[in-house]
Design a protein around this ligand. Sequence first.
Ligand code: IPE
Ligand code: IPE
Ligand code: MG
Length: 229
Amino acid sequence: MSDTPLKHLAIIMDGNGRWAKERGLKRTKGHEKGAETIRDITTYCAEHTSIETATFYAFSTENWKRPKLEVEFLMKLLEKYLKNELSTYQKHSIRFQAIGNIDAFSKSLQKRIKETEELTKNNSNLKQILALNYGGRAEIISTVNKLISKGKTVITEEDISTSLQTPYSDIDLLIRTSGEERISNFLLWQLSYSEFYFSPTLWPDFSNIELDKIIKNFEKRTRRYGGLK
Ligand code: IPE
Ligand code: IPE
Ligand code: MG
């Protein structure tokens, strides 16, 4: 067993477009299939004994650069996902939270996000965090600005950790699918001592069986945090 339990898992869900392209389908079909994968993986995490939080990268601050139609599709898909998933959240006692700047979204999507957070706030098996219009740099900058506006002139590590939009534990394991090996502006602050795992699988094909294998691999690792073990 690993010296530290897997409490916080983060996933960069990548490869939806390539999955669709390989099948001669539109990119949007890949996003639809990818939404089903989030449900399966979230349910797995809720049933896993040590995992307390699962954070998924769903839309980055850079994803606005995509064609308007794809962005609009993703917004609609997200709204539909939250509506459909409410029963899954309640059945498996999953608390939903969003991180990122959701002010940029439509009023109805913002309402849906806030309502889902409210309706699931007492659920305790798992916290599912969706990163929506999220950027690691934007998060650090807004946290520092928040501290400055409170009158802080000297900022400590603890100040930042506890003042993030959703203060939460560091990431134990980060998985990125699709074979890309980069962070793409995901949780820059929270990833400083995470274990990384890059899977070649495209996100719509990612499964509980693969996640189980990755967790077994994580459990064999020795985390030294700069010390000696
Ligand atoms: C990840 O899949 C989903 C989002 C970024 C919204 P992509 O859409 O990036 O798929 P690829 O990387 O083009 O295959
Ligand atoms: C990262 O994937 C963002 C999400 C998964 C939401 P991208 O596909 O946008 O990242 P790059 O462009 O390959 O770095
Ligand atoms: Mg991609």
